[in-house]
Structures are given as structure tokens and as C-alpha cells.
Design a protein around this ligand. Structure first.
Ligand code: PMV
Length: 279
């Protein structure tokens, strides 16, 4: 029995607006979820894991071991990566390997539990791996960035709300149309600039501010973002965000990451350093 590894993801630009048909850009990251069918024991079966086993054609007596180093509910694609890893490992175990198109359809069924009305960007990114641009209902486009982006994923705290609740929150919000159109236009510019190797930090910071205006970034994350901006960083949340408690991971980009890291280390704020866009 072999173990399957599926990466997590970050949304570089276009969360929330992607639900309304705008483009989003996303990348897989080096941390993720491993899963393996085991003879006995295995991990606790959450609703998503149970659903993933069932739709992969496995019976409820199957035991699956799952190991994840993705923080749960923090915008790094934990639910999509878990469902993908479980479906893949069950299908391999059953001797019926699955292609990416079918895998996407099955994982979308699981995502509906976590997201309600998912755009599909999370499963698309973790299944394809690498860098993609994504428009709901259309085939993914693989991207190559001319220059990689170095960034910190700064933990602003686990959101109290689920992605589903945040998507519903945006659906109810009165001023969403204008902001969503602005994020959509910005994302298309970012996509072109990334392919050309141009600096996108400023635009991604604007995206972060639009998301704050949309109301999906809570007080704690807003004040942390403000401090990071004062130190010269460009900041945006990645993922659905959160209002009442934390807002998940913040992407922080700066020509002087060492200065940002010193600030985070001094404040005991956890972060992951990563680079996206490597070929
Ligand atoms: O799963 P998260 O937190 O990365 O959020 C997914 C992105 C949303 O645009 C907020 C929802 C969706 O389905 O596209």
C-alpha cells in the first residue's frame, strides 16, 4: 500500500470574486496532506473524509491514515487536499486509478460540504499542482511566472467562520458588486504581469485592501496587516478570511523579508516562508 501526497494551495489573487465568475490565480505549496489505506486504526473520520471514502467507492470498513501539515480552515486548501488524498488513495487501493477530471468532479462533491457554493479553485489547484489561473466552469490554465515570488504566510489566527459562511457573508453584502469587479480587473492585470516578470506587490496589497473593504478581514488581521504595511510589506489574506476571530493566513511580501521576519519572531507570530513560481 502506497501513500499519496497532495499539496495545499494559496490563492494569489481573486478569492471571493472567483465565486462570481472572475479570474483567480492560485499556486500549490510544498506542504500538504498524505493519505494511505491501512489495515486497522487510521485517522478519525470527519464528514469530508467519510464522504471522500464513499464517493471513491470504498466501504465504511476501510481504514485511512491521514497526515496533514496544513493548518485547518486557514485558507491553505486543507479540505480540498484531504478529500483529494483520500479519494486517490482509495481508488489506488481498489486498483482503479483515477484521472484528474474525474477526481475534480468527486472532490467537488466533498467541497460542497465545506464551501456550500464552491468555485472549484481549491480542488483545481491541489489536483493540478503548480501555478494556475482559474475561471469557474472553465478548464484551468497552467501559468509560468517569469520571476518567482518570495513570501511569508503569516498566521493571523484560525477563523471562527467556515469558508461556506464567509462565501454566504459576501453574498449578503450590499457593496459587493463594485469590489468584486475591481478585484477581477486587478487579477487579470496581475496574471499578465506575473507572466512578464513584473513586480506585483503593490497590486496584491490593493487586492488585500479591497478584501478588507469587502468585510472578510477581521480586526486582529487588519491591525496585524497594518503593522506589516508600516514595515514596508504588501499584505493580503489568502482564502476566505474570517471576521470574528482570526482571518487565516496573510500573504506578506517585501523586498526586505528579514525585517518582517524579525518583527514576527519578536511578537511570537507564526509564519511559513515560501517561494512560488519556481519551475
Ligand atoms: O478554502 P479557502 O479559504 O481558500 O477559500 C476558497 C476561496 C473562495 O473564493 C473564498 C471560495 C471559493 O469556493 O472559491
Amino acid at each position: 500500500m502506497s501513500s499519496v501526497f497532495v499539496p495545499g494551495k494559496i490563492i494569489i489573487s481573486g478569492e471571493h470574486s472567483v465565486v462570481y465568475g472572475e479570474m483567480a490565480i492560485a499556486a500549490s505549496i510544498s506542504i500538504g496532506v498524505s493519505a494511505e489505506v491501512v489495515k486497522s486504526g487510521g485517522s478519525k473520520k470527519t464528514e469530508i473524509v467519510r464522504k471522500a471514502i464513499e464517493i471513491a467507492g470504498g466501504n465504511s470498513g476501510l481504514h485511512v491514515w491521514i497526515q496533514s501539515n496544513l493548518p485547518i480552515g486557514s485558507g491553505l486548501g486543507s479540505s480540498a487536499a484531504t478529500a483529494t488524498a483520500v479519494v486517490k488513495t482509495i481508488r489506488e487501493y481498489l486498483g482503479k486509478p483515477i484521472d484528474n477530471d474525474e477526481l475534480f468532479k468527486l472532490v467537488m462533491e466533498c467541497e460542497k460540504i465545506a464551501h456550500g457554493n464552491p468555485s472549484g479553485i481549491d480542488p483545481a489547484t491541489v489536483i493540478s499542482g503548480g501555478l494556475i489561473s482559474f475561471v469557474k466552469g472553465k478548464p484551468i490554465q497552467k501559468m509560468i511566472f517569469k520571476s518567482p515570488i518570495r513570501l511569508l504566510l503569516v498566521n493571523s489566527g484560525r477563523p471562527k467562520e467556515t469558508t461556506r459562511e464567509m462565501v454566504e457573508f459576501v453574498a449578503q453584502s450590499k457593496n459587493k458588486e463594485e469590489i468584486i469587479t475591481k478585484i477581477g480587473e486587478l487579477t487579470e492585470r496581475v496574471a499578465t504581469m506575473l507572466v512578464n516578470g513584473e513586480e506585483v506587490r503593490g497590486l496584491l496589497n490593493d487586492n488585500g485592501l479591497f478584501l478588507e473593504e469587502l468585510g472578510v478581514v477581521g480586526k486582529t488581521a487588519r491591525s496585524l496587516s497594518q503593522k506589516l504595511r508600516e514595515l514596508g510589506a504588501s499584505v493580503k489574506i489568502t482564502g476566505a478570511g474570517g471576521v470574528v476571530a482570526g482571518s487565516g493566513m496573510l500573504m506578506a511580501m517585501s523586498p526586505n523579508l528579514a525585517k518582517i521576519k524579525r518583527f514576527l519572531d519578536n511578537g511570537n507570530i507564526s509564519y511559513i516562508e515560501t517561494q512560488i513560481g519556481d519551475r
